[in-house]
Design a protein around this ligand. Structure first.
Ligand code: ZN
Length: 413
């Protein structure tokens, strides 16, 4: 991605003092004269910041301002061990809300909208980010938080919610419940702002059709503000990322070399204005590409776009010598007739070799189901290079969750 002169200026400004402000970067950039960085090429020589580095300075080692300036902290989930704590200044909180309000605007949300917010409130950045963005925009926030489907549906009807904010799995759960109860005609939903996990086209279509809404994908991560640093627009072709707050790069996940626009690799983000915990060249582990061209989107936004995420660098799994991303499994399911959006992949080691089973939901039974199983296995072999055991299960049999749905189960290790 070609760095804009304004971005280089903001980066240079930060680098002048970052070693004095941040003990984390004093150590990371030890022996490097970062004040000398004068070009994009210089910048690309700087070391990456990794999530493990951030963990290693738990709890507040990332803080780059005096205590008096910190007004809030957030924390990324600690599912894999020590969490990462991110301190925010008052300006950071405002900057985040400004970006989030922009996201809502791009999604066509206005002051008369009623926004039902179902992501969680608390240490992680989801619910409160949606809330602050919604209030800044001037729409009416309905701060539900996750779960309690009964109450969600009641409020959705009684308050005539027009916008649903949710993870894709919770949106699906609500959509199915609404369909089962025949509530759709009683609802006023028109938009969905859906975030925080990667999902397939089929699932999106189901939610869109069953709820009768237009869906916008929101992007972000706790380490960099939270959700709301980018969103898809009416063109539904990638997500715009706000270039006045973040500089984005895509690098080869193995070598760390910057890739050309259009090539798929790992997204790396540098914050341009963050005070509490600035991050330079932070590896997101998200796999995507920067959409090439001079980023003229038909919607009129100038901010550059990243493509729909194709996975996480750590989601990549290897079976029978083939590297496979969950997005490829989704693609195969999407083009196989008689499948729904839900699936699970089970990988095991049986009699000295890898065995991969793909469970998928299907309304078909008997011979028709067997035919779908065979078709899925054939398409998978053609696309991914190895043959799975494909097994159709009845609709609704695979688990849904209110947070992120786990779909890959590897029992080999
Ligand atoms: Zn656009």
């Amino acid at each position: 991605m070609q760095m804009k002169p304004e971005q280089l200026e903001l980066i240079r400004e930060q680098l002048q003092t970052i070693k004095e402000r941040s003990p984390f970067y004093a150590k990371k950039f030890e022996g490097i004269d970062v004040a000398d960085v004068a070009s994009q090429a210089d910048f690309e020589k700087l070391p990456f910041s990794e999530k493990d580095d951030l963990r290693s300075v738990y709890p507040l080692g990332l803080q780059a301002v005096p205590d008096a300036e910190v007004v809030r902290i957030h924390s990324s989930s600690g599912t894999t061990g020590t969490p990462v704590i991110i301190p925010y200044t008052s300006q950071d909180v405002t900057d985040w809300a400004v970006q989030f309000a922009r996201c809502f605007e791009i999604a066509g949300v206005g002051v008369l909208d009623r926004v039902q917010i179902t992501p969680g409130y608390g240490l992680w950045t989801a619910g409160i980010g949606f809330q602050a963005g919604c209030e800044r925009l001037g729409a009416m926030a309905i701060p539900m938080g996750p779960g309690n489907t009964e109450k969600q549906l009641r409020m959705m009807q009684d308050l005539k919610s027009t916008v649903l904010c949710a993870t894709s799995s919770y949106a699906l759960l609500l959509a199915e419940e609404i369909e089962a109860r025949g509530l759709r005609d009683k609802l006023h939903l028109r938009r969905g702002v859906i975030g925080s996990e990667r999902w397939g086209e089929k699932m999106r279509n189901r939610i869109q059709n069953e709820l009768g809404i237009e869906i916008y994908d929101i992007y972000g991560l706790t380490e960099i503000y939270g959700p709301g640093i980018g969103i898809s627009c009416d063109e539904h072709c990638g997500m715009h990322v706000f270039e006045d707050f973040c500089y984005i790069e895509v690098v080869d996940p193995n070598t760390g070399e910057p890739l050309s626009d259009g090539e798929v690799g790992e997204l790396v983000i540098t914050t341009l204005r963050k005070q509490g915990a600035p991050l330079i060249r932070y590896r997101t582990h998200d796999l995507t590409r920067i959409l090439p061209g001079d980023c003229k989107c038909a919607c009129g936004e100038k901010h550059p776009r990243i493509d729909t995420l194709v996975g996480r660098t750590d989601d990549l799994f290897k079976v029978k010598g083939c590297n496979i991303f969950p997005a490829q499994v989704e693609e195969v399911i999407a083009i196989t007739d008689g499948t729904s959006s839900e699936y699970q992949v089970m990988i095991d080691h049986v009699d000295g070799h890898d065995e991969m089973t793909i469970l998928f939901e299907t309304p078909l039974e008997g011979d028709a189901r067997e035919k779908a199983e065979l078709e899925l296995a054939t398409i998978f072999k053609a696309k991914c290079g190895c043959t799975p055991i494909a097994k159709g299960v009845p609709m609704g049999e695979l688990p849904r969750s209110e947070k992120k749905t786990k779909r890959i189960f590897d029992s080999r290790y």
